[in-house]
Write a new protein. Sequence first.
Length: 103
Amino acid sequence: MSVVVIATLVPKPGRVQDALDAFAVASPLVQQEQGCELYALHTDQAKIIMVERWSTPDDLTAHAGGEAMAELNRLMGDALVEAPDVTIAANVPFGDPLKGTIQ
């Protein structure tokens, strides 16, 4: 079963675009990694929410220690208020099987 990750990042005031620029470079690299099924960024212009889905826990572990994440961290620099809040979640599909889960 896939592993779903939700990461919330809070950029410092005036640094949202810096963080988005870092993701613009790193996201295509992450999306090419083994086991990456979804790596989708969302923002409300105050925080960044990354929704990820990985084929296996091992793929997620490799991603966390991989070159794309190292590049993202380098590009991000000191743009964040604090370390990202990362949640690894298990899917609980209710209702419509296509609408009740992250595809």
